[in-house]
Design a protein around this ligand. Structure first.
Ligand code: ADP
Ligand code: MG
Length: 294
């Protein structure tokens, strides 16, 4: 009786936008006790928009020129949003040279022989002195409101910061509440973003556990430590960054539309329309198939 049950479970999933790559995964997901979620692109839409520019005195134009010069070559969603904003503001920017993306940190390059830096606080603020207190305080407020703040410096001088906002998926909060009702014991958020921003978004969604400022290999470590405590652990993600953690998880789950090719290839289950509440359906189908098989 195993085959028909598994097949009908898989077919049922397919009708509801859940792609199981094989039957073993259907049973495993029924046994999941902890779930790790990537933030950007998974719990949020992953399409950041610039919401505020906070510049040092008289530095606003130069700040956008420097950011545009580097981010014009960026493939990071934050970089793309900054470049798009600079173009809308009709900022005139020069071509930068030696532009380098630093995964999970930011981007660097040279403009007129001088070094330009754009990226997270730990990456930019610690290399350049002279940031004013009000700028740091404003950035902190923006982060507490869930915005991601990116810092800009040029030629050893601070220029300011750009705040971007990403939209939480409308069904995220409800999906998390229902997963808790199903008895999932631990739900965590994993992100390369900073602590304050991550906590603000987690609070909005109803997630209590947050691991921030993570590099991809750190996401794997968190999944592994969850497995020690809960055995069967699911990881839900969309990015190339998430692939190692998706592979490590007992069940790797990728977002079908937002997901990068690597994430889709690595995952065991794909949520076809990026609908997080389908996770609840998937767990129910898994539990049902297990009951019948036994
Ligand atoms: P996430 O896990 O949220 O997808 P990443 O690991 O890609 O984040 O990046 C972490 C942080 O590094 C970002 O929140 C941002 O502050 C900074 N960062 C990375 N790339 C860039 C870039 N091209 N421009 C500005 N900031 C960047
Ligand atoms: Mg992501």
């Amino acid at each position: 009786a195993i085959m028909p049950t598994l097949l009908s479970g898989i077919a049922n999933g397919a009708r509801q936008g859940i792609l199981f790559k094989n039957g073993a995964q259907l049973e495993l997901i029924g046994r999941v006790r902890a779930i790790a979620f990537d933030k950007t692109g998974t719990l949020t839409m992953g399409k950041p928009q610039v919401v505020e520019v906070i510049a040092m005195p008289k530095a606003e134009t130069q700040l956008l020129q420097v950011a545009a010069a580097l981010e014009s070559l960026s493939e990071h969603p934050i970089g793309e949003s900054i470049f798009q904003y600079a173009r809308q503001q009709r900022v005139e920017w020069k071509q930068a040279t030696n532009v380098q993306a630093h995964a999970g940190q930011g981007i660097t390059g040279e403009i007129g022989q001088k070094q330009a830096l754009v990226g997270k606080a730990a990456f930019v603020r610690e290399r350049v002195n002279g940031w004013s207190d009000w700028l740091i305080a404003s950035a902190q407020q923006l982060e507490e409101a869930g915005k991601t703040v990116v810092w800009v410096a040029y030629a050893g001088e601070p220029l300011g910061a750009i705040a971007v906002a990403d939209t939480v998926r409308p069904e995220a909060k409800n999906a998390i509440a229902r997963l808790k009702q199903l008895g999932i014991q631990e739900i965590v958020m994993l992100t390369g973003d900073n602590e304050r921003t991550a906590r603000s978004i987690a609070r909005e969604i109803g997630i209590d556990q947050v691991y921030s400022e993570l590099l991809p290999e750190h996401k794997v470590d968190v999944v592994r430590s969850l497995q020690r405590r809960y055995q069967t652990v699911a990881m839900v993600g969309d990015g190339i960054n998430d692939a190692p953690a998706l592979a490590q998880a007992s069940v790797g789950i990728a977002m079908g539309t937002a997901g990068s090719d690597v994430a889709l290839d690595t995952a065991d289950i794909v949520l076809m329309a990026d609908r997080l509440e389908r996770l609840v359906t998937a767990i129910r189908l898994g539990r049902r198939s297990e009951r019948v098989v036994k």
